[in-house]
Design a protein around this ligand. Structure first.
Ligand code: 6R9
Length: 658
């Protein structure tokens, strides 16, 4: 709620404008057989550490821990002195339990008909061979291995091989440039790079190897580049290159998984944030695996015997690490992995895959959902998706309208939608409904999971009352939390632990509604200050998306002589909606009616595309540059830089008056 003090405009916490009354109860059959019930909240509230100990007991430990948590703020150690092997937990133990014939991955290449089926027994052999190969290349425990690959089975195999021998992987998303790759190789001081000749992207082979060559040209620390042949395209082969099929294929298919310490590093994953050099987020072994396995079991209600689970993220992002590789495999799940884009060779490709594999659990991102809305309802309607039972969302706030569309057009109003909030830094899901427990509200991540202590605080770090908005914080350490920023403890302290004393600050704004449920409101850097009110971009975007003609919206604050900042909106229309003369005034009136006049945009521009990061998040910073007529800032993390020209062309025609 606004606590406006004249002359102290920034004292206001985040406005709470959007009110949402829709509720979706969990389906009765799901609730009655749910993996996790409401009791879990009670149990965790009574004894949080005992709760996480029980979650850790779902794993197989070579040696049990002595101390559950050693907390020297802001540095934590979980399951101290415990020993386990992550690859053993994800692969071997399922084979030993007689489930070797169970499919771990149904892999679907982008070219139609290009598929592979990998059972847990296959995975065990492949991981063992890859682990032996890495050892032959001289990779030892603690060494860093950079991975720059397309979405092919060798990617999870490479990660598990590293985990098996205790090498620290650092995956760099296959869409990043040579200089981005080089800076990450340098920062982690990687000894080898694993890549492929290329991958398939939008119907054509797209080379990766030349980018690696450019990146490592000046990296003397890189001893070998291990190359998977995927596309068969002609690629230069240098002295330090080794073909995967030459080296890995001739290795023995057995490899002894030695136990590692619970706090041994598992991986580094770089996150760019909005400014500065990328941060190497460091995750360790026991706590990370505990939380990703438990959350995958709880939030998706995973039944490993019967479910077919599909997370559409790229393994290059944390969502892929935690919910394609480690969580699902630790739980013995059967997953789908898809190499390509949703519109290749046609816009029904995702739904064709759901139908083909009888997918029961689908986990995707708001950016994809809004794209499907834009493409039109008739496309998913052509497929039989009656196998689906749980839907998930991650990556950005999901606008209520996109949530309802997802529920209706993909889930046939049968499937609960779980909006899962978390970050690269948190390692695993932190705030989310439980599908068999929560009466979910469209657009809300609802409650911290059992064992997670999150809060919304004001500028002074005081909890806001129900109905108030402010900063999201986490008050207690959690097992999958980042341990530090690779090589830079001070930056770890400054970035996450300095804004509020004794609390982790993720950088997101949030509100707690009248029932105490949490709504994520986007990055605090994006918050707009309009006539003394802090307004979140998320709420205005959601109001725009709730208009039947709008599929997607991005909103920024631009300097305004009268109001300090004024709201400028960029919208993409839904499939079938016409761009009429008066669309701008129609949408402005709609926002005013939904949120109140304070949130009415000064300008509305209809655009064909929005600038997105490579993981699909809207880049509001660039839109601010456009809205304030500045030359564009750094566009290197943008998926498609031509988008900005298309948007800039639109600017002079923007309507700014009623
Ligand atoms: C998992 C992932 C983290 C940032 C995070 C927040 C945004 C992610 C969200 C969400 C609202 C959700 N975010 N999930 N915002 N609701 N359900 O995306 O990690 O790439 O590190 O991004 O994404 O702003 O702080 P990462």
């Amino acid at each position: 709620m606004a606590t406006e003090t004249p002359g102290q405009e920034t004292q206001e916490t985040l406005s709470n404008l959007l009110s949402e009354t829709r509720r979706f109860e969990p389906p009765a059959d799901l609730a009655s057989a749910a993996n996790v019930t409401a009791d879990a909240y009670e149990e965790a509230a009574q004894d949080r550490l005992a709760f996480w100990e029980r979650a850790a007991e779902r794993l197989t430990w070579a040696e049990r821990w002595n101390t559950t948590l050693e907390w020297k703020p802001p540095f934590s150690k979980w399951f101290v002195d415990g020993k386990l092997n992550v690859a053993y937990n994800c692969v071997d133990r399922h084979v030993e339990a007689g489930r070797g014939d169970k499919v771990a991955y149904h892999w679907e290449g982008e070219p139609e008909g290009d598929t592979r089926t990998i059972t847990y027994a296959d995975l065990q052999k492949e991981v063992a061979k890859a682990a032996n190969a890495l050892e032959e290349l001289g990779v030892r425990k603690g060494d860093r291995v950079a991975v720059y690959m397309p979405m092919i089975p060798e990617l999870p195999i490479a990660l598990l091989a590293c985990a098996r021998i205790g090498a620290i992987h650092s995956v760099v998303f296959g869409g990043f440039s040579a200089s981005a790759l080089k800076s990450r190789i340098d920062d982690a001081d990687a000894k080898i790079v694993i890549t492929a000749d290329g991958g398939y992207r939008r119907g054509a082979p797209s080379a990766l190897k030349p980018t690696v060559d450019e990146a490592v040209a000046d990296c003397p620390g890189v001893e070998h580049v291990l190359v998977v042949r995927r596309t068969g395209q002609d690629v230069p082969v240098n002295e330090r290159d080794v073909w995967w099929h030459d080296l890995v294929e001739r290795q023995p298919s057995e490899h002894e998984p030695v136990p590692h310490d619970a706090e041994d590093p598992l991986y580094i994953l770089y996150t760019s944030g909005t400014t500065g050099k990328p941060k190497g987020i460091l995750h360790t072994t026991g706590g990370y695996l505990t939380q990703v396995a438990w959350t995958h079991h709880a939030v998706f209600d995973l039944k490993p015997e019967t479910d077919i689970y599909w997370c559409t993220a790229d393994i290059g992002w944390v969502t892929g690490h935690s919910y394609i590789v480690y969580g699902p495999l630790a739980n013995g799940a059967t997953s789908v992995i898809y190499e390509g884009t949703p519109d290749t060779p046609h816009r029904g490709r995702f739904w064709e895959i759901v139908q083909k594999y009888q997918v029961t659990i689908l986990y995707t991102a708001p950016t994809a959902i809004r794209t499907f809305m834009k493409w039109g309802d008739d496309i998913p309607a052509k497929y039989d998706m009656s196998s689906l039972r749980v839907l998930g969302s991650v990556g950005e706030p999901i606008n209520p309208e996109a949530y309802v569309w997802y529920r209706e057009h993909i889930g046939a109003n049968r499937c609960p939608v779980v909006d899962t909030w978390w970050q690269t830094e948190t390692g695993g899901i932190m705030i989310s409904p439980l599908p068999g427990v929560t009466a979910a509200k469209p657009g809300a991540a609802m409650r911290p999971l059992p064992g997670v202590v999150a809060d919304v605080v004001d500028d002074q770090g005081e909890s806001v009352p129900n109905g108030g908005g402010g900063f999201l914080v986490v008050r207690e350490p959690w097992p999958a939390m980042l341990r530090t920023i690779w090589g830079d403890d001070q930056r770890y302290i400054d970035t996450y632990w300095s804004r509020f004393e004794g609390m982790y600050f993720p950088g997101d704004g949030a509100k707690r509604d009248e029932d105490g449920d949490l709504w994520l409101l986007g990055r605090v850097d994006d918050v707009m200050l309009v006539s003394g009110h802090n307004i979140s971009t998320t709420e205005v975007e959601s109001a725009l998306v709730s208009h039947p003609k709008v599929a997607e919206a991005a909103v920024v604050g631009a300097t305004d002589p009268v109001t300090g900042q004024a709201i400028v909106s960029f919208v993409i229309l839904r499939g079938g909606a016409e761009e009429s003369e008066d669309i701008a005034s129609e949408l402005r009136a709609h926002v005013a009616k939904t949120l109140g006049p304070i949130a009415k945009p000064r300008q509305i521009l209809v655009v064909p595309e929005l600038p997105k990061t490579r993981s699909g998040k809207i880049m509001r910073r660039l839109l601010r540059d456009v809205a304030e007529n500045r030359s564009l800032g750094d566009v290197t993390t943008l998926t498609d830089s031509s988008v900005m020209n298309l948007i800039a062309e639109k600017l002079p025609s923007a309507k700014s008056d009623d």
